[in-house]
Design a binder for this molecule. Structure first.
Ligand code: HEC
Ligand code: HEC
Ligand code: HEC
Ligand code: HEC
Length: 203
């Protein structure tokens, strides 16, 4: 073998290595636990392109919907769009002076503003970080984004309150039935009204 053809094959080898290196560094493969056809647990190496879909927040399985009582809105405030559909949304962080003046954020307020939770355009919806819009009856999902441990406990009935038959339908109180979403540090700010006793109801 002469020096020229040796140099050429060395070049080819280098190019092949470069291509290999570049294609390998475009993503990360991952080890995934799976069951094989005979039911044995096996660990398989999955290339990055196969894993991408699983890591996409949009492809996560839908959260189960939990039955809840009516959200604890103040009288007449909902639907929000009764006013907001006539107003230009204002995303600017500011002290509200014309309305909602009783709402002062004391909930990680340094890092966020109303519109991180309330959807700017359709005000009747809450907004998750993924951009997904949810109803107020699912506000536990909003809270669960940051308070994952409490959300897990709530789902299985350890945190919060769950009522119903042990083997039948259960109803869950929303986080906001007990915690003020704007100022949650004081506990139980919004207790549910007591049931009306028979005979005392006004006519
Ligand atoms: C941490 C998320 C979060 C932030 C930040 C937030 N809110 Fe809310 N807000 C909620 C949730 C959840 C409810 C629903 C409570 C319920 O179901 O009754 C709510 C309820 C409301 C209501 C109805 C209150 C009532 O009396 O029934 C208004 C009005 C409101 N928010 C305005 C605001 C304004 C204005 C800001 C900013 C100053 C803000 N929110 C910031 C989560 C948030
Ligand atoms: C009676 C009318 C009315 C209703 C009902 C109402 N709002 Fe508002 N809202 C206003 C007004 C007026 C402002 C502007 C206040 C200011 O700039 O000082 C405002 C401002 C806001 C803001 C600040 C951002 C912006 O676009 O100015 C948020 C967030 C908000 N409202 C959320 C809600 C939510 C959530 C509801 C329903 C639960 C609701 N509002 C129901 C009148 C209303
Ligand atoms: C974006 C992240 C985020 C979301 C969404 C969120 N929280 Fe929080 N929450 C925090 C942080 C950070 C703190 C601690 C700092 C503070 O209170 O200012 C906190 C504090 C709290 C506390 C007080 C804990 C204590 O030490 O007393 C409660 C209760 C609470 N949140 C409930 C809720 C509820 C209910 C919701 C849904 C309406 C919610 N949070 C949504 C980030 C979040
Ligand atoms: C039935 C009322 C109730 C409901 C519903 C409820 N909580 Fe609580 N939560 C409490 C009480 C009472 C405390 C204080 C005692 C404790 O730590 O258990 C508390 C404490 C907390 C704290 C502070 C814990 C700490 O370590 O200081 C967070 C955060 C919180 N709750 C989040 C949530 C979230 C998120 C949900 C909904 C998924 C929820 N809660 C539902 C009553 C409730």
């Amino acid at each position: 073998m002469n020096t020229r053809s040796f140099a050429r094959s060395l070049m080819v080898l280098l190019v092949v290595l470069m291509v290999q290196f570049l294609s390998a560094s475009t993503g990360h493969s991952d080890r995934v636990k799976e069951f094989d056809r005979s039911g044995r647990l096996v660990v398989v190496e999955k290339p990055a392109n196969e894993m991408a879909a699983a890591y996409d927040i949009k492809n996560r399985p839908a959260e189960k919907v939990f039955p809840v009582p009516r959200p604890p809105f103040s009288e007449g405030i909902f639907p929000c769009t009764q006013c907001h559909k006539y107003m230009k949304p204002n995303p600017v962080q500011r002290t509200l002076t014309e309305y909602h003046t009783e709402i002062v954020l004391h909930h990680a307020e340094g890092q966020r503003w109303c519109t991180d939770c309330h959807n700017l355009v359709d005000r009747d919806k809450l907004r998750l970080v993924s951009g997904e819009l949810i109803d107020f009856t699912e506000s536990y999902r909003l809270c669960g984004q940051c308070h994952g441990d409490k959300f897990r406990d709530w789902k299985v009935g350890i945190h919060g309150k769950r009522t119903g038959n042990w083997n039948g339908d259960k109803q869950y109180l929303l986080c906001v039935h007990c915690h003020n979403p704007h100022d949650p540090k004081f506990k139980a700010l919004k207790p549910l009204p007591p049931p009306v006793r028979p005979g005392t109801a006004r006519h």
